[in-house]
Ligand binder design. Sequence first.
Ligand code: GLN
Length: 191
Amino acid sequence: MQIGILALQGAFIEHAKMLKALGIGSFEIRQKKDLSKPMNGLILPGGESTTMYKLLVDLDMAEKVKELIESGMPVFGTCAGLLLLAKTVHNYKQAYMQTMDIVAKKNAFGRQLGSFRATGTFNGVTDVTFVFIRAPYIESVGEGVEVLAEIDGLIVAARQKNQLVTAFHPELTTNPTIHKYFIKMCEKAMK
Ligand code: GLN
């Protein structure tokens, strides 16, 4: 199995390290031709969504990424990656790829809670550390979107078919629960 990690900006190295620890191969996607390499899943990392999207457009990669997702490629968006996939970004002038039926709020936890950790339950797995860095949350989900984690009643992880998103950064912890969940999605898609 090979996972492609978008490596234009942001926290992409940490995803590669987590996958390596799980025995999963990955490669960095830096230019359009990298999107044609054989891959079983795609990770859109945290960073800054507007900057990342601008780079995707400038490098003529945005459309191809969208096509891959719409053709069923398993994709995992963390933080800024969640914003890239959201159909609507409620408090911002622009939405990006718009492939996932969620309404997201950017920088949603406010200034005082710019960065924080919380412990929560992901898809029934308890005691998972959630690391938030100027994180969004999901204000509402459409039909067919499964909520996988909430804190204080706010949705922070969800899945719609081949798309998985977390508002937090599992790659900045040593707990592999969420990457394992994504790898299962990729394995299923291979069958
Ligand atoms: N605040 C960033 C954005 O709007 C996301 C932060 C992150 O990815 N850690 O894109």
